[in-house]
Ligand binder design. Structure first.
Ligand code: SF4
Length: 502
């Protein structure tokens, strides 16, 4: 059973360990650069990428504005198609619903197709406590589960593992979970994939209950959509007798014509592919084809809180492509575990504090896990302005109890910056004292100067430099005109004298 993120330290503490692990940094750098290069060329092929991106943003914004209506429409359509809809306000309620549904089937094993929502609510642990074993079927999820590890990437949860490490995990633990790995297993990708395929095949054929997530839920037809690359999802969605899908309420799109936009945006942004390898859609159960029972669990778990925040709600547009992770210089050096959640990277830094609030030290630290370089916004296929939300959340964090020193510093800075005269005086004072400013600040601010150079304080402020420059130009103009005029007059006078003389 994979572990949970409960008890993880805050971001700076967790990141400190990761940044000192050269193997981890090497694995992350290799993987993120490969994926982002692929994404760049796939996106570069489309002349209308900017329009597609704007359309994706607009559809999601419109859907979020009328989310209540679309949710009711989805419920009616799923029910009309023969499915059952359940509403879960939080993780506890969702876990209780799924556990009851599995128990009602009389089964004690379930297969899962990668679902971030079930990881978010830690469903595997809840099922385990109820005596039900959940088997992950996505290759990367399988690696995480067999390694008793935690996911560290949205799309490639085992991105922090290299091939040699995966081979070792398969050889050590696969037998405990079913079909063992072959003794002569190599670390070649094809050999590792084949070992996983053989291991999983028995599970797919024997297990009668599947649990999935969904990338999208189409409101007007009640259709659920899963995009994946390995075919494991299709096996989970078609072979078992009962299918339970746990889906965040923000996954709705109003219609199939809206879905069309996202089926172009998502594969190019996530895996750098023009078209997704396996796209499965299902609309309730169908006699003689696929599961006989279908349950949809609609999960809130903090999403309506995010929706209520006018700046922060744009995080709910996320389609989990992971492009922002692959481009982020902070993620590339720390990996996903440091974010203490199933949602790592820039999107995790803005989503987790909104879903959970910022009272926990881990969530309060996440808005600071960024250089605010803006690369995440540039690549986001639905144009989420992540830096804007990060700054907004930082404001929220410092407005809560504590942070006295930060509040006092910002208050003083505001007092100075709001008045030109005060700012000028402060700049002159700092310029005069520049030789006395230490390169390393003692006390709590030393955390800042330990890791970076203090910028040089210029001798003059910009205002002083500008004023001096203006004056010099004025003097030059005035000074140049005088001699010229004098000279001209002189010449004229001399000419006149000369004329008189002649
Ligand atoms: S925030 Fe944007 S770039 Fe990041 S995972 Fe979500 S959709 Fe992709």
């Amino acid at each position: 059973m994979s572990r949970t993120f409960v008890g993880m330290p805050d971001f700076p503490t967790a990141a400190a360990g990761a940044t000192h692990d050269p193997q981890l940094r090497h694995n992350l750098r290799e993987a993120t650069h490969t994926i982002r290069d692929k994404r760049d060329s796939a996106v570069g092929e489309l002349d209308d990428w900017a329009q597609l991106r704007a359309a994706g943003k607009a559809i999601k914004d419109r859907t979020l504005r009328h989310l209540d209506g679309y949710l009711e429409q989805l419920e009616s359509a799923v029910t009309a198609a023969g499915g059952t809809v359940h509403w879960a306000a939080d993780a506890e309620e969702a876990n209780a619903i799924v556990t009851r549904l599995v128990r009602d089937t009389g089964e004690r094993e379930v297969v899962k197709v990668k679902s971030m929502a079930t990881q978010e609510i830690e469903l595997n642990n809840a099922l385990d406590q109820a005596g039900i074993t959940a088997y992950e079927t996505d290759l990367a999820e399988l690696i995480v589960q067999l390694g008793d590890d935690l996911p560290s990437h949205i799309l490639v949860p085992a991105i922090h593992r290299n091939r040699a490490e995966i081979r070792e995990i398969f050889l050590r633990t696969m037998a405990d979970w079913g079909v063992p790995a072959p003794e002569n297993l190599s670390d070649q990708p094809a050999a590792l994939a084949e070992a996983a395929r053989v291991h999983l095949r028995r599970r797919f054929l024997d297990t009668k209950v599947a649990i999935s997530g969904a990338n999208f839920a189409v409101a007007d037809t009640g259709t659920l959509v899963v995009l994946e690359s390995e075919g494991n999802g299709r096996m989970c969605l078609t072979l078992p007798e009962t299918l339970i899908s746990v889906v965040g309420i923000e996954k709705i799109v109003p219609s199939w014509s809206d879905l069309e936009v996202f089926l172009q945006l998502l594969p190019r942004s996530s895996t750098g592919e023009r078209m997704n390898p396996y796209t499965s859609t299902w609309t309730g159960p169908t006699d003689g084809d696929g599961p006989r029972n279908f349950h949809l669990v609609l999960l809130d778990n903090g999403r309506t809180n995010a929706l209520a925040d006018e700046v922060g709600r744009q995080a709910l547009r996320c389609i989990r492509c992971s492009a922002c992770l692959n481009i982020c210089p902070v993620y590339e050096r720390t990996g996903g575990h440091a974010y203490g959640s199933v949602y790592p990277g820039p999107i995790g830094a803005i989503l987790n504090p909104q879903l959970h609030g910022t009272s926990d030290p881990v969530d309060a630290s996440l808005p600071y896990a960024s250089s605010l370089c803006g690369a995440c916004y540039e690549v986001c296929p639905v144009a989420i302005d992540i830096p804007e939300v990060l700054v907004h959340l930082r404001e929220r964090v410092v407005s809560e109890p504590g942070h006295a020193a930060e509040k006092a510093t910002m208050g003083a800075a505001g007092w100075v910056l709001n008045d030109g005269r005060r700012l000028g005086l402060a700049q002159r004072a700092i310029g005069a004292a520049r030789s006395m400013v230490p390169r390393h600040i003692p006390g709590p601010p030393s955390a800042w100067t330990d890791t970076r150079d203090l910028p040089d304080i210029p001798e003059k402020s910009f205002r002083q430099w500008w004023r001096k420059r203006e004056k010099a130009q004025e003097d030059e103009t005035t000074g140049a005109r005088q001699p010229r005029e004098d000279g001209a007059e002189g010449r004229q006078r001399s000419d006149r004298r000369g004329g008189e003389r002649s």
